[in-house]
Design a protein around this ligand. Structure first.
Ligand code: UGA
Length: 430
């Protein structure tokens, strides 16, 4: 079995480290945050990520997974060092590579003579070669090789996606490096695409931009369905049976959010602009997405116009999607923020992130119960598709609300049932 270092104990790094340990490797996972490492050593993952706590505990108990402070610890005596560091947006959609470069600088001098440094963070085309240059300039042994191995993990499902991926993409210049890297994934049944670093980096951006494009496409179709009296859910169902189309990523909603699709579409546009190339489909994807969030705000404001002035709005769900506690670039939070900015009182409930969201938005009233949020409200906005919202007592909700109006941005609820209970119901594209 191989000794692997992972730099960065965020959701990608912790998942990669725990899964490699699960596959039988010896893994050192390092982070700059002493607090995070202290918690991880106790098996506390700190993010809502199904199956990850179990795998971290398994790794700690078997001794195959250890957590250390500082990137160097992940490079001492390890054959592979995976860089899983944040690559946040900089101005104008550019990507800030400083964490990646700082880690490369730190590990360079302590790398084993034939170590492979692997960029797993989503980083723009050219980033892997930039890491190579930093390593060369900072005293890495000449036999060190560098590769790109992008991740395709969905938050909330990262362990499953790591252990059962649709594909493994490896970008490097030397065939031996690709063979060694592929060997780490033995036991993971997936096709392996071996290419150069720039193409591997592009696979990641093009994939996320394509997924984002599907969401914007179906959102645009949903808006057209509303105008012509069609039901987008049946439209998506009818489209999805065509194997060339498929049914995934055809759920309309308040627009895509999270830490990946918005950032990666902006970054791809930036990469294209720098290369002097137009990318109209991605431009349209982003424009539709911005407009989709605004449309939800407009629907809620129009419903409020039909209620006594000053009536509050109840918001259910604040994370960017269900089954995660991540609030980054959440359409739900963005919509709530837009309502607050217009002087609307919003009382929000979220199953996992309410308190944190309240801390981010000082004007936001957060409740610990979904019913409390509805007390006296004139509009209930369903903003995240948490399954548990489906099964609440809507007769009670109708009684609690001053005016029973629902704007269901996720098409989660059943319109005939809601209307029978006296609600004015609006979904998306139906
Ligand atoms: C996304 C990709 O799906 C992963 O493959 C990728 O590895 C990851 O980004 C990344 O780059 O790290 P994630 O951000 O966890 O994963 O979330 P998704 O499940 O893709 O959802 C993204 C957004 O699109 C959410 O706001 C979601 O509500 C929205 N969405 C998704 C829709 O509105 N409709 C859909 O049909 C699907």
């Amino acid at each position: 079995m191989t000794r692997i270092g992972v730099v960065g104990a965020g959701y990608v790094g912790t998942t990669a480290a725990a899964c490699f340990a699960h596959l039988g490797h010896d893994v050192v996972c390092a982070d700059v945050s002493e607090d995070r490492i202290r918690e991880l050593r106790k098996g506390e993952v700190g993010i809502l990520e199904r199956s990850l706590p179990v795998l971290v505990t398994e790794g700690l108990e078997s001794g195959r997974l250890v957590f250390e402070v500082g990137a160097r610890r992940a490079a001492e005596g390890t054959a592979f060092v995976f860089l899983c560091l944040p690559t946040p947006s900089a101005d104008g959609g550019a990507v800030d590579l400083s964490a990646l470069e700082a880690a490369a600088r730190e590990i360079g001098p302590v790398l084993e003579p034939d170590a492979v440094v692997v960029v797993k963070s989503t980083a723009p085309v050219g980033a892997t070669r930039r890491v190579r240059r930093v390593l060369d300039a900072d005293g890495a042994p000449p036999g060190v090789s560098v590769a790109s191995n992008p991740e395709f993990l969905r938050e909330g499902n990262s362990v499953e996606d790591f252990l059962h991926p649709d594909r493994i993409v490896i970008g490097c210049d030397e065939p031996e490096t690709a063979v060694r890297l592929t060997g780490l994934y033995s036991g993971v049944p997936a096709p392996v695409v071996v290419t150069d670093p720039a193409s591997a980096e592009m696979v990641k951006y093009a994939s996320n931009a394509y997924l984002a494009g599907r969401v914007s496409f179906i959102n645009a179709v949903a808006n057209l369905c509303e105008a012509v009296g069609a039901d987008v859910r049946d439209v998506a169902l009818g489209m999805g049976y065509d194997p060339r189309i498929g049914s995934d990523f055809l759920h309309p909603g308040p627009g895509f959010g999270g830490s990946c699709l918005p950032k990666d579409t902006a970054a791809l546009l930036h990469i294209a602009a720098e290369a002097g190339v137009d990318l109209p489909p991605v431009e349209a994807t982003v424009a539709v997405n911005t407009r989709q969030r605004e449309r939800v705000v407009e629907k809620i404001l129009a419903a409020l116009d039909r209620a006594p002035p000053g009536s509050p709005v109840a918001a259910w769900g604040l994370t960017f999607k269900a089954n995660t506690d991540d609030l980054r670039d959440s359409p739900a939070l963005d919509i709530v923020r837009a309502l607050l900015a217009r002087g609307v009182t919003v009382r929000a409930f979220d199953p996992v992130a309410g308190e944190r969201a309240g801390g981010l938005e000082p004007g936001l009233d957060v409740t610990v119960d979904p019913y409390d949020a509805c007390d006296g409200a004139a509009v209930l906005a369903v903003l995240t598709e948490w399954e548990q919202f489906r099964w609440l007592d809507f007769a009670r909700v109708a009684e609690l609300m001053a005016v029973p109006q629902v704007v269901d941005t996720r098409n989660l609820l059943d319109p005939p049932t809601m209307r029978r209970l006296g609600f004015d119901y609006q979904g998306v594209g139906r």
